[in-house]
Write a protein that binds this ligand. Structure first.
Ligand code: PLP
Length: 430
């Protein structure tokens, strides 16, 4: 293991503290992470990431999802560059918007229209507004602890948020039909929509799959009360299947929200809908200065083509399963009991007997010091750009990290970050 330099990162963190509240905000802040995690990055290519000090990582966060096919994928970047030479943010959209809508709708079974925006939060908020416009009703049902964005109606942090912002949100237990039926009852006929994530992927917690019976039951409950079913694909989209994720369970939603991978890193998200929801979508007013920029749309057309025409998905899953098996064997060999939950291509790795997560934090930090960017409490993401040498570097790094952990275990300091302890507590209660 080389001695890591982090002087440039430290300097930027200091400068940032002066001019950016808290130095950084949101889910990409490293405030809840061990000190070894860099905050600022210099470049990224394929499956690799370099921090501002030049330390290189095999990256298992993929920009928190967007890097599906590899950072700077040549085909995607060529399409983006070609469009950039013609124009990007103009007085109206380019032809790419129509092509993208046609291509996307052609890939997703339930969809007959598409609307584009910038972030996942835009798409989920548009879904909520469309559902309410469809029926003129108010209540929106959301699974407890599920993340659907950072707008007042769904942000996990309640600072600055009013009870009124959530007056018409009703919460239920994920994968629990009785709890959903109770929430529907509570809505008392005033129900507009029900949100679902493809599987349960919350921070600080094991990931769990819904059963097909549950998904079908959600569909039926929505149909019974004429509420729109919204699948939030922002995190899992195109990492489970080339269609909407719940198609794997035999269920088609009325609306689906997409983001992250759509432009393989270019800023774009989308709301897709079925014929039934078209009139409602047409009736609402939603827009943004950069929503119609042509470059991310051209990048998305190229990304979707690669999704349709290559075996990126099968390759990604095969690689991810090899990495998962390797880590599982190493953990056992070093005498650790770990839980690797969720699909291998969106893995969550948590340690047994680790109530304050000091063990998982130490291991992830030890991985980072060895050039493998692993996250201790958020689900990770695998890119189809991982190659043999990346896998080798990963498994060398994770093995050494387990050995490091074994040695450090007797003297591990308790978790001291109050915000981490609070999040662990919240995840346990959810
Ligand atoms: C399931 C889900 N929905 C919505 C969002 C919000 O997306 P964005 O951060 O692009 O606004 C996220 C982001 O992580 C997400 O995971």
């Amino acid at each position: 293991m080389t001695n890591r330099i982090n002087s440039k990162n430290r300097e930027l963190v200091e400068r940032a503290r002066q001019v950016i509240p808290g130095g950084m905000y949101g889910h990409e802040s490293v405030a809840l992470l061990p000190d070894d995690f860099p905050q600022f990055f210099g470049k990224a290519e394929g499956a690799r990431l370099w921090d501002v000090d030049g330390n290189e990582y095999v990256d298992y966060m993929c920009a928190f999802g967007p890097n599906l096919l590899g950072y700077q994928h040549p085909v995607v970047e060529q399409a983006a560059r070609a469009q950039a030479l013609l124009g990007d943010t103009m007085t109206g959209p380019s032809e790419a918007m129509v092509t993208l809508a046609e291509d996307f709708v052609g890939m997703i079974s339930h969809a007959s229209w598409a609307m584009f925006c910038k972030n996942g939060s835009d798409a989920t908020s548009m879904a909520m507004v469309t559902a309410r416009a469809h029926s003129g009703r108010r209540k929106i049902l959301v699974a407890k602890g599920a993340y659907h964005g950072a707008s007042p109606w769904n942000t996990p942090n309640l600072k600055g948020i009013l009870p009124e912002d959530r007056a018409h949100i009703i919460y239920f237990e994920y994968n629990n039909l009785q709890s959903l039926a109770d929430a529907v009852k509570l809505a008392d006929g005033d129900i507009a929509g029900v949100f679902a994530t493809p599987f349960r992927h919350e921070v600080f917690a094991d990931q769990t799959d819904p059963s097909a019976d549950y998904a079908k039951g959600v569909r039926k409950l929505c149909d019974d009360v004429d509420a729109l079913l919204i699948v939030d694909e922002v995190r899992a989209g195109f990492r489970l299947t080339r269609d909407c994720s719940w198609s794997l369970l035999g269920v088609e939603p009325d609306l689906s929200a997409w983001g992250k991978v759509l432009g393989n890193g270019h800023p774009i998200s989308a709301l897709l809908g079925s014929e039934k929801a078209r009139a409602a979508a047409q009736s609402i007013f939603v827009t943004g200065s950069f929503w119609f920029s042509a470059v991310p749309m051209a990048a998305s057309v190229a990304t979707l083509k690669l999704i349709r025409e290559t075996d990126y998905l099968e390759k990604m899953i095969a690689i991810a399963e090899r990495v998962r098996a390797g880590i599982g064997e190493q953990a056992a060999a070093h005498g650790f009991s770990i839980r690797q939950t969720g699909p291998a291509q969106m893995p969550q790795i948590l340690f047994d007997e680790d109530p304050d997560m000091r063990v998982g934090y130490h291991w992830a930090a030890a991985c980072v010091r060895r050039g493998v960017y692993m996250h201790p409490y958020h689900n990770m993401f695998v890119t189809s750009a991982l190659r043999e040498e990346d896998i080798r570097k990963t498994l060398d790094g994770t093995d050494a990290a387990f050995a490091d952990l074994r040695q450090a275990l007797p003297n591990l300091e308790p978790q001291t970050k109050p915000a981490v302890l609070a999040r662990i507590e919240r995840a346990r209660a959810a």
